[in-house]
Each structure stands twice: as structure tokens, then as C-alpha cells.
Design a protein around this ligand. Structure first.
Ligand SMILES: C[S@@+](CC[C@H](N)C(=O)[O-])C[C@H]1O[C@@H](n2cnc3c(N)ncnc32)[C@H](O)[C@@H]1O
Length: 252
């Protein structure tokens, strides 16, 4: 059986940063991210909470567009990389916060916009589901959400071991040992009832051979990817909050 967990000298997410350089391409979501930015400007939404910003490929795009970004991530080395990459003008609009999602407190209806790219689904099922609900509740009515999240078709599901209900731990690749939840389209509906989807698509992206991400997998997995049997599969979601959080429902 493949050994679970990171190599002893590495902490979770060190391998991701080392092998990808923190900059995976925006394949599959660049167009919708641009639409999200334009909608923020159009609605006068200036502040974005970015969950799991890593070393900032998306944060930098948001900051370049003049938005104020609260960049949250639990991996300090990635955040240091982000800080190094910002211009002084971008730095003045970024709030970089080393925080585990579990410690993040979000007041209901307090946030203009949330972005989470390749991040919201990391953890065990109950925690991930609660995070979706927290985001949905935290947005103000008229606020926007942009998500890019691996789907229930993702190849990592096949490379992993079941840890607990609906939670898979990859046993190969740069995210080896890190628990994942792979949401279906129906999950997205159920976990964010206060949101209306402006765009939603599910699609597959090949991991290019030139990507350092590709090299982080074992020879056998790389062969399967080369043959097109394993592709990265994602939901791209742009949504707006249309109804306030119903506190009485929660208390029942
Ligand atoms: C796959 S990386 C994506 C980074 C970036 N959004 C990108 O697209 O390149 C996932 C990021 O989410 C962060 N992350 C995952 N689970 C987290 C948690 N429970 N608390 C805080 N950060 C977390 C990791 O540290 C990592 O930087």
C-alpha cells in the first residue's frame, strides 16, 4: 500500500509549492474570472475574500484589476512567495493572512465577494460542507462568488484512498496525503441554497506534459495521463447571493 502523508521533511502543501512553483495555469477559468472581475466593478463590490490563495496566481489578477483582496491561506511559505511578487501598489490593497480555514470567522452577510480556486474542497467532508455554507452565509445579498473546484469526476479520486465519508486522500502526486472532497453538481446546489448561479460548467482539463505538476506523479500515473485516461476535472462557478441567510432554518 502506498504510504499516506507527506514525506517526513515536507509539510502539507510544501510539495505542491515545490513542484508547481505555485503557478498552475488558469486553463478552464480565466474567462469566467474576468467576468467575475467585471461584475464586481459593475456592482461597486471592491473587497474580495480569497480562500486558499497559495502563492497568488489569482490574487495578483484581482489586485491588478484594482480590487482589495484579503488573501487567506494556511501555508506560510506560499504566502511569503505571494508577498514577494506584489508591487507596492498591489501590496497596499492586499491583506495577507496566514490562517487555517477552520479558524476563519466570517460574519453573516458581511462580504462583498469570495474567490476560491482549487482550494475550498480540501479537508474532510463535514468541514468542506460547512465551509461552503459559511461562504454562502457570509456573502451579502448581491455579493458574488467565484469557484474553481475539482469535481466528482477528478482523476485524484481514483488515485486516492477513502479516509472517511466522501473524503479521499490522494496516494500519488503533489497533493499526496491531503484529504479532498469531490463535489458533484447536486452538492453545489445543496450546499449554497442562497445563491443563484450566473455561470456553471463542468469540464475536463488535461494535465500537460510540460507542467511540473505532471512530473510530480508516479511513472504509472503519468502514463495513464498521457493516454488521456486521467484528466483533471473541475466545476467553474460564478454565482450571486440572492436571498438572505434564514436564521430560523438553522436553529431548527
Ligand atoms: C491547490 S492549492 C491552490 C492555490 C491557488 N489558489 C492556486 O490556484 O494556485 C490549495 C491552497 O489552499 C490552501 N489550503 C488548503 N486547505 C486549507 C485550510 N484548511 N486552511 C487554509 N488554507 C488551506 C493550501 O495551503 C494551498 O495553498
Amino acid at each position: 500500500m502506498a504510504q499516506l502523508g507527506p514525506a517526513p521533511e515536507e509539510r502539507p502543501w510544501d510539495a505542491f509549492l515545490r513542484t508547481t512553483g505555485g503557478d498552475l495555469p488558469a486553463d478552464g477559468y480565466a474567462g469566467e474570472l474576468q467576468r467575475f472581475i467585471e461584475l464586481c466593478h459593475g456592482r461597486g463590490l471592491r473587497s474580495v475574500l480569497e480562500l486558499g490563495c497559495g502563492s497568488g496566481p489569482v490574487s495578483i489578477r484581482l489586485l491588478q484589476a484594482g480590487l482589495y483582496v484579503r488573501c487567506v491561506d494556511g501555508h506560510e511559505a506560499s504566502l511569503r512567495r505571494l508577498a514577494e511578487r506584489l508591487t507596492p501598489a498591489q501590496r497596499s490593497r492586499a491583506r495577507i493572512e496566514a490562517t487555517a480555514f477552520a479558524n476563519l470567522r466570517i460574519e453573516p452577510e458581511s462580504i462583498d465577494a469570495v474567490v476560491a480556486v482549487r482550494s475550498i474542497n480540501h479537508g474532510v467532508f463535514e468541514d468542506v460542507m460547512a465551509r461552503f455554507e459559511q461562504v454562502s452565509r457570509g456573502l451579502r445579498v448581491g455579493g458574488l462568488l467565484f469557484l474553481y473546484v475539482t469535481s466528482d469526476q477528478d482523476f485524484r479520486k481514483r488515485l486516492g484512498e477513502r479516509m472517511c465519508s466522501r473524503t479521499t486522500v490522494p496516494t500519488d502526486g503533489p497533493e499526496e496525503g491531503i484529504p479532498h472532497v469531490f463535489p458533484s453538481s447536486a452538492d453545489l446546489d445543496a450546499w449554497m441554497p442562497e445563491l443563484r448561479f450566473l455561470h456553471r460548467s463542468s469540464h475536463q482539463v488535461r494535465v500537460p506534459r510540460s507542467s511540473p505538476y505532471f512530473d510530480a506523479y508516479s511513472t504509472r500515473s503519468r502514463m495513464q495521463m498521457r493516454l488521456g485516461r486521467m484528466v483533471s476535472s473541475h466545476h467553474t462557478v460564478l454565482a450571486e447571493k440572492v436571498s438572505p441567510h434564514n436564521a430560523t432554518t438553522e436553529e431548527q
